[in-house]
Write a protein that binds this ligand. Sequence first.
Ligand code: PHE
Length: 363
Amino acid sequence: MADVEQLQQDYLAQIAGADLAGLEEIRIAALGKQGAISGLLKTLGAMSAEERQEQGPRINGAREAVTTAIAARKDALESAALNARLAAEAIDLTLPAAATPQGSVHPVSQVMDELAEIFADLGFAVATGPEIESGWYNFTALNMPETHPARAMHDTFYFPDRNAAGEEMLLRTHTSPVQIRTMMAQKPPIRIIAPGRTYRSDSDATHTPMFHQVEGLVIDKDITMAHLKWTLETFVKAFFERDDIVLRLRPSYFPFTEPSAEVDVGFTVEKGKRVIGGDPTGPNGGWMEILGSGMVNPKVIEHCGLDPDEWQGFAFGCGIDRLAMLKYGMDDLRAFFDGDLRWLKHYGFSSLDVPTLSGGVGA
Ligand code: PHE
């Protein structure tokens, strides 16, 4: 049995040079079920008492020596690996932080925020409505008869299926259905603006099939066109951040307002560019249409379940993309919706630059 010591020496020598995978192989070869030392331990049972007294400590000693050596080597290998990793992955806290890509606020969102801020100051709440509307909300309730040209297939995006009530469904062509929803949902007095997406079958440099409008609606007992004019003037001056802006109301026609007015804003050409403000009747001046408006048609008020002898008010609808182009100097509407990061980077606004009246609504 001199080979017990020999066996132990051999294993210890192998362990000293083994890697982690090698250690496991050695453990199985020596101490596993079929292992050499395990085999020797099994022979103890067949021995005489004296023999066992002599061999037992030798074999058990070998088992212990090999077990301890494997554990020690494993520990050493693992801590060496950890130290190597720590050294390789050291973080230099004095380095500047890596730049994180930063998004920006789209000009349309920026203008919507500016509108909300300006009109909040005048006591207007923000209302919203669905972009998928029924023909009733989008047209009929707004006094647009079946024969109205805006209802034509080639102007409006209709859905092939009707809703559960059998109504034709479509992508709203303006934000005016929010007037109806608001008057049906809340009691006057009402002062709301409703910014949002609208859709028409149109596409060129100044028209996209999806665009944005903001609706305005005021319903109370004594509202007149004077309130409309003052409100629009106050809004336009705050939005374009100039006091020398004049408006011109031109008689017009909308089925849902009576009387109706299209509103032009005075501009002047400064350094070859049109800017809102200045004298529109001067040599560099002119008028530009910016919105439609009027006194809410009594028929519309009635459709919403309100008494037109008790309640009256004004409404207006204005293109938001157009406002953004005029204020921030973009000339192609299509670029608004291309998602070109270079354009967004150039015209986008910082998310921290929240519009406020005191700080100037424009970024
Ligand atoms: N809905 C009209 C349009 O899209 C604008 C408008 C709104 C006119 C409210 C009058 C009153 O052209």
